[in-house]
Design a binder for this molecule. Sequence first.
Ligand code: NAP
Ligand code: GCO
Length: 266
Amino acid sequence: MANQNFRLDGKIALVTGASYGIGFAIAKALHAAGAKIVFNDIKQEFVDRGLASYKEAGIDAKGYVCDVTNEEQVNEMVKDIEKTVGNVDILVNNAGIIKRIPMIEMKAEEFRAVIDVDLNAPFIVSKAVIPTMIKMGHGKIINICSMMSEFGRETVSAYAAAKGGLKMLTRNIASEYGEYNIQCNGIGPGYIATPQTAPLRERQPDGSRHPFDSFIISKTPAGRWGEADDLGGPAVFLASEASDFVNGQILYVDGGIQAYIGKQPK
Ligand code: NAP
Ligand code: GCO
C-alpha cells in the first residue's frame, strides 16, 4: 500500500520562474510541507526580489539566474544544485510566457519564443533532472499546463499550442520513466489573478470591469478568479508520496469553469 504521506520533509524542490506569481505560491506550499526550495528567474533583479519575498515568508530559498530556454545554463544550474544543495526530488516546470496576438498578425519569431519557454524549456529542465531521479529511484515532475491545454481562444495560438504540447510531454515523460518510480503530472490552472493575467482584469476607463473579467466570472461556478495560493494544495499532493500511483494526469484547478455552461447574462 503506497504511503499516503503528504509530507515533503527532506525533499528538494526546484520551481522554475518562481520569484512571484503561481511559482512562488507553489513553492510556499511545498516548503510548508517540508521541502527545501530552489528557484530560478531570468534576471538577477528578479531573483533578488524573489529571495526577499521568500525571506519575508520565512523561507530560506536558494535562487539562480537561469534562462530555462538555455540548455547550457539549465545544466549548469542543476549541476550546482546537486553539488551545493542536493539532488532534485521534485521539479515544477512553472516558468512561462504568453503573447496575445491574432495569429495572422503574429511573427514567426514571436510564436517560436512562446513555444521555447512554455514547451521546449520543460523538456530541457526535465531532461536535466531525470538521470539523477533514475539513480535515486524516485522523482516527481509537475508541469504547469493550462486550460489552453484543452481549449483555444482568439489571440493565444502560440500559448495554446505550447500548453497542448506540454500536456502530451507530461504524458510521454510519465510513459517513458514511470518504470523508474518517476511520476510526471500536470496542473492545469483556470484563470488565476497574477501579473500574467493582469491585462485581462484591468478596470475600464469608466471604472467598470474588463469584459473578459466579467466573462470569466460568469463562466466560473466559483464566481471568482483563482488565486495563486489555490494551486498550493494540488501541487503538494502531486509532489508527495500520496500520488505515487498517479502518473500522466493533468489536474485541473479551475474553479469548475470546464464543467459549467456559464451563467445566463442578466
Ligand atoms: P507570470 O506572473 O508571468 O510569471 C511567470 C514567471 O516565469 C516569471 O517569474 C518569469 O520571470 C518567469 N520566466 C519567464 N520566462 C522565463 C525564462 N525564459 N527563464 C526563466 N524564467 C522565466 O506567470 P504566472 O501567471 O505566475 O504563470 C506561471 C505559469 O502558470 C506559467 O507557465 C503560465 O503559463 C501558467 N498558467 C498561468 C495561468 C494564469 O491564469 N495566471 C493559468 C494557467 C497557467 P520574469 O519575471 O523574469 O519574466
Ligand atoms: C488568456 C489567459 C489564459 C490563462 C491560463 C488559462 O489569455 O486566455 O492568459 O491563457 O493564462 O492559461 O488557463
